[in-house]
Design a protein around this ligand. Structure first.
Ligand code: MRU
Length: 360
């Protein structure tokens, strides 16, 4: 199913998974057709598909591919082989909790499947995909509701249709706020080193007809000092029990700068990104990627020969720097352990848009 943006980054195509190759954007729109779980794990590792919810959704479809491959080959122990594939998928990237969350959902589904499991597994994967898209729309409404008319916003990384089931987390909030006529300007940080902002967010917003100005990541504090933005809006790869936000490298320095300049920090993340089993952000494994991503640009060495590089691709923003955490079940102002716990306890009725906590 196409998202409102008019394209689908992840699509089930009969008996294969069709992924828009995000490494090639914005210069080429090429799709890969994957027929086995190992290829999907590789695509997740290589950033063909990226963004926390999107890698979870791709992994869910990969479990269907796994069953499809192993059932005819090994009718007696196909479940053990699917388990092995799920372990490979779960290890593809370490930081986004949505990946293991989606695999857990598929494991539960697998435990209940009848003799012919494929239709049930596919329905489970599609339900995960559809639920994420629906969550995006609700976050969009809740987040846009916080923004006053005439605001300008800065976003980081790519959190749109490419990174989710469709529409987006932070970018969904921006889309909804733009549609409501609330936004004056949208800025996007280019997001070194992989340039998710410059290549992907700009591509999505231009397609939508939403004007976007790119800034270098290092221009963000100056942008705030000049009073050019009232909000920074980001997504998250994991939110821990105390409200710490693990997101694309650079999010932490944006949050520090926001607090210094009186700019509000909004984090939009579906409930599948909340990980209450981890007390705080210090316990989360932060993915480090190859130094070549910094030392080279499009395969061309740009750094001085002999220089090394440290390339952590996520960071931890302490909960105290987050003004609003927006989920599909409502908004938590000034998130902390107490408020997150209370929010969870109320989450059965929370779908009715509460504002938990008090104003920061
Ligand atoms: O390394 P990436 O591109 O997968 O990182 C993506 C992000 O950090 C996003 O901000 C995050 O997944 C939340 S968006 C839906």
């Amino acid at each position: 199913m196409n998202s409102p943006a008019g394209f689908s980054a992840i699509e089930w195509a009969g008996q294969a998974l069709r992924l828009l190759d995000q490494r090639r954007l914005p210069h080429a729109e090429e799709y890969l057709l994957l027929t086995d779980a190992g290829s999907v794990a590789q695509a997740i590792r290589d950033l063909v598909v990226r963004g926390a919810p999107a890698i979870g959704i791709a992994a869910a479809y990969a479990v269907v591919l796994s069953a499809q491959e192993h059932l005819p080959q090994a009718p007696a122990d196909w479940r053990a082989r699917v388990e092995a594939d799920m372990a490979v998928l779960a290890a593809a990237r370490p930081t986004a909790v949505n990946l293991v969350w989606a695999i857990e959902q598929m494991r539960d589904c697998l435990a209940q499947v009848p003799a012919d499991p494929l239709p049930t597994l596919l329905a489970c994967a599609q339900a995960i995909h559809d639920a994420d898209r629906a969550a995006n729309f609700r976050m969009g409404e809740f987040g846009a509701g916080l923004i006053a008319d005439g605001a300008s916003v800065l976003t980081h990384c790519n959190t749109g249709t490419l990174a989710t089931g469709g529409y987006g987390t932070a970018l969904g909030v921006i889309r909804s706020a733009w549609a409501a006529g609330k936004l004056r300007e949208v800025y996007a940080g280019e997001t070194r080193p992989w340039l998710q902002g410059a290549r992907l967010t700009a591509w999505e917003l231009v397609r939508d007809g939403i004007p976007v100005s790119l800034i270098t990541d290092s221009a963000a504090s100056f942008l705030m000092q000049l009073g050019k933005v009232q909000w920074v809006i980001t997504g998250a790869d994991r939110v821990t029990a105390n409200g710490d936000v693990i997101n694309k490298i650079g999010t932490y320095q944006l949050a520090v700068a926001c607090r210094h300049h009186g700019v509000k920090m909004m984090v939009a993340a579906p409930l599948s990104t909340l990980d209450l089993s981890v007390p705080d952000g210090r316990q989360v494994v932060i993915e480090e990627r190859p130094a070549s991503e910094i030392l080279e640009l499009a395969g061309q060495r740009v750094a001085a020969n002999g220089a090394g590089a440290w390339n952590p691709v996520f960071d931890v923003t302490p909960a105290g720097l987050v003004d609003y955490l927006v989920t599909e079940a409502g908004v938590i102002a000034a998130p902390d352990t107490e408020r997150l716990r209370a929010f969870y306890a109320a989450s059965s009725s929370a779908a009715q848009a509460p504002l938990a906590g008090k104003s920061p």
